[in-house]
Ligand binder design. Structure first.
Ligand code: SAH
Length: 358
């Protein structure tokens, strides 16, 4: 059997220079190919018209540009939001979201197929983790969306399915490549990655010399409450997680965003206001409240608009820098894995795991 062709989009600039050198090509060829892949967003070697036919053939014997193909596109009628379902080479599917703002186009990408973190209110985790995404598959989501919508993507949030700190190496490679001046060159300051709080990798990230924003999924105002919603809290105590956030801020100067999914009757009480205030008051941070998006598999309800506003106002009075996340694309399948989940369950008789070809 022929050896599997290597995914050429996964090489960073230096690695591609080396690869091309190894097959006897000059450095300027690597520069041209990198530009085709990461600036002109080519999907095939045939598009690379400034390369000789012989070189294109040589490339396609050794390498492939692994497909991230659009299966579904949902365009919201209520705001400029679109959701995409992409199929990967092995048949797995991931979802991504495009949100257009007046400051630019923001893309929310997935970092894993499924997730093993088990947060109680999250649809992404229901079928467990299928596999990590590669650097190329994370880039591919952004590239496809930029091509489909025909406008530059200026901001990235790694807040789709998956836990980026559980796919650390690929996530890091993705950040370097998406912000590389040889590629799309998206400013790291316009990138936010969200974690449920995997302390050792948050501390690693603090040392990488990056300028991305780290968002922490807090969701509970005490260790006990967090444990009820997030199994990861059994592994890392809230005090350790907060200390890791402080380290990230000290090392990078980037203010932490805390995310707090508001669940009616669970974490929206007066006691939560007080505990949250105690945790956040002395920290240079921002709190983003997300009224929980109910999923049919779980019995969590979002608070009324009035209660959510009251919760926010009380925190504001206590000096907390807080916003309620504006709901986007409410008429199309909610984010957080619900589009993929619907697709996967619709493939009759095929449980989640059967999508894994590994
Ligand atoms: N694994 C990362 C990214 C998850 S998605 C993390 O845990 O941070 C981004 C945010 O959406 C997280 O804060 C996540 O907890 C939250 N979220 C997931 N499902 C949700 C739902 N149904 N309603 C509201 N927020 C949800």
């Amino acid at each position: 059997m022929a050896a599997e062709r290597k995914d050429i989009r996964s090489y960073n600039y230096e690695e591609l220079l080396k690869e091309m050198q190894d097959i006897g090509e000059k450095p300027f060829r690597a520069k041209q190919i990198y530009e085709w892949l990461h600036v002109k967003l080519a999907d095939s070697f045939d598009e690379m018209t400034n390369l000789s036919k012989a070189l294109r053939e040589k490339l396609s014997v050794n390498y492939e540009i692994r497909k991230v193909s659009m299966l579904e596109r949902q365009i919201s009628a209520v705001d400029p939001t679109e959701k995409f379902l992409f199929e990967l080479k092995d048949g797995n599917v991931v979802e991504s979201v495009l949100m257009k703002y007046n400051y630019g186009n923001s893309v929310c990408i997935s970092s894993q197929v499924g997730c093993r973190m088990g947060c109680r209110f999250c649809a992404s985790t229901i079928g467990g983790l299928v596999r990590n995404l590669t650097i190329s598959e994370m880039l591919g989501q952004v590239y496809q969306i930029q091509k489909i919508c025909g406008e530059r993507v200026s901001n990235i949030v790694v807040m789709g399915t998956g836990e980026p700190m559980d796919n650390y190496e690929s996530f890091l490679g993705f950040i370097h490549m998406i912000s590389d001046e040889h590629g799309l060159h998206i400013s790291q300051r316009n990138i936010t990655a969200s974690t449920c709080g995997i302390v050792p990798n948050m501390l690693r990230l603090a040392e990488e010399g990056l300028q991305i924003t780290l968002a922490l999924s807090l969701h509970g105002s005490s260790q006990e409450k967090r444990k009820k919603l997030m199994p990861v809290a059994n592994k890392y105590d809230l005090s350790e997680v907060l200390a890791a956030c402080d380290t990230y801020f000290e090392k990078t100067g980037r203010r932490i965003t805390f995310e707090y999914s508001l669940v009616q009757g669970v974490n929206d009480t007066q006691e939560d206001v007080q505990e949250l205030t105690a945790i956040l008051k002395h920290r240079n941070c921002h709190l983003n409240l997300i009224p929980v998006n109910p999923i049919k598999e779980r019995d969590f309800q979002k608070p009324s608009r009035k209660n959510a506003l009251e919760f926010k106002n009380k925190l504001e009075k206590n000096g907390i820098n807080v916003t309620i996340r504006r709901e986007r694309g409410s008429d199309i399948d909610g984010a957080c894995g619900q589009l993929r989940r619907r697709y996967v369950t619709a493939r009759k008789g095929e449980p989640d795991e059967s999508l894994c070809n590994d």
